[in-house]
Design a protein around this ligand. Structure first.
Ligand code: F6P
Length: 317
């Protein structure tokens, strides 16, 4: 039997645990020995690697985060530590890796492959949904649902208290979470890093709306925009003339019970990844778009910048 290991790297997402569960189950079904690597690439370096079985993944499907831990490893950026990581894998006879992570994790993996030739398959996993080549990254659906619930709750108090609320979403430099949340929550304003922050055009519009009876506003702003959420709240007070508050959603967007969609996608991603490795595909990322699943070379995925869907951007007024 061959040995296969799985790693969660970078920002954790809800959906990683369902992926770990199916990894163990599907690997065993395919007569492979499954291994967990703990705490991202740090665990590769520290030899925190353990052979696992069904009992290790019992009851985890409902849990957000990852039971094997994740990390952004600075040491893995250094050649000497990648050598140690390779030696650890060799000593356990592991020659296939599955990595759940984002762009930074895949860049590290790309270098590791170039230096040591360890076969891998990557599964895009980040709430930012900013990986080139795939329309969907694991965890996005749960994050969007958490944001939706938060905005709906804030709307209750905003409308009761007649205030403007500026709600900041995560996404690093990518406005996907903010844009989709804006479109699906009916908020009045959306600011994302991809577009210039032009508030002037809203000033008159919002004042007229208030004259016509509007008494609260919801603004969704992404982290990474040129102004801070507090700047936008100040603008509401000073230019539009309405009391305002800021609500930074923060890391609640990264946790929580994985949605049905993320659980199912986790299963599908893992199935494709293990099949790819068994079919001798050496350095691919499992991608998903309107045509379904496909395997793309890591060279394509890590060297290009993901752009926001222009069809979604068209809905922004
Ligand atoms: O990449 C996922 C993400 O949650 C980003 O949206 C955010 O900018 C960053 O990670 C936060 O990182 P940390 O958990 O290290 O604060």
């Amino acid at each position: 039997m061959k040995n296969i290991a799985i790693i969660c790297s970078g920002g954790d997402v809800s959906g990683m645990n369902p992926a770990l569960k199916h990894f163990v189950e599907y690997a065993l079904e395919k007569n492979l020995h499954p291994y967990f690597v703990y705490n991202g690439y740090e665990g590769l370096i520290d030899n925190a690697i353990k052979q696992v079985s069904y009992s290790d993944v019992a009851g985890i499907i409902t849990r957000g985060g990852t039971i094997i831990g994740s990390a952004r490893s600075k040491r893995f950026m250094q050649k000497e530590y990648r050598r140690i990581a390779k030696n650890n894998l060799d000593s356990l006879g592991i020659h296939m890796l599955i990595v759940l992570g984002g762009d930074g994790s895949f860049k590290g993996l790309d270098i590791f492959y170039k230096e040591h030739g360890v076969k891998f398959c990557g599964i895009p996993s980040t709430i930012d949904n900013d990986i080139y080549g795939t329309d969907y990254c694991l965890g996005v659906d749960t994050a969007l649902n958490i944001i939706k619930t938060s905005i709906d709750a804030i709307r209750d108090t905003a409308s009761s208290f007649k205030r403007a609320f500026v709600i900041e979403t995560m996404g690093r430099d990518c406005g996907y979470l903010a844009l989709v949340s804006h479109l699906t929550s009916g908020s009045e304003l959306c600011l994302i890093p991809e577009l210039a922050c032009d508030l002037v055009k809203y000033e008159e519009k919002f004042k007229i709306q208030m004259k016509n009876g509007r008494n609260y506003f919801i603004a969704i702003v992404s982290e990474g925009i040129e102004k801070s959420a507090q700047d936008i709240a100040d603008w509401f007070e000073e230019k539009v003339g309405i009391e305002s508050r800021v609500s930074v959603l923060g890391h609640i967007q990264r946790g929580g019970n994985p949605t049905i969609y993320d659980r199912l996608m986790a299963y599908k991603f893992i199935t494709h990844a293990i099949n790819a490795l068994l079919n001798s595909t050496n350095k691919s990322i499992v991608c998903y778009d309107t045509n379904g699943f496909s395997l793309k070379s890591i060279d394509t995925v890590v060297n290009k910048q993901k752009e926001l869907d222009t069809n979604l951007l068209k809905f922004l007024h």
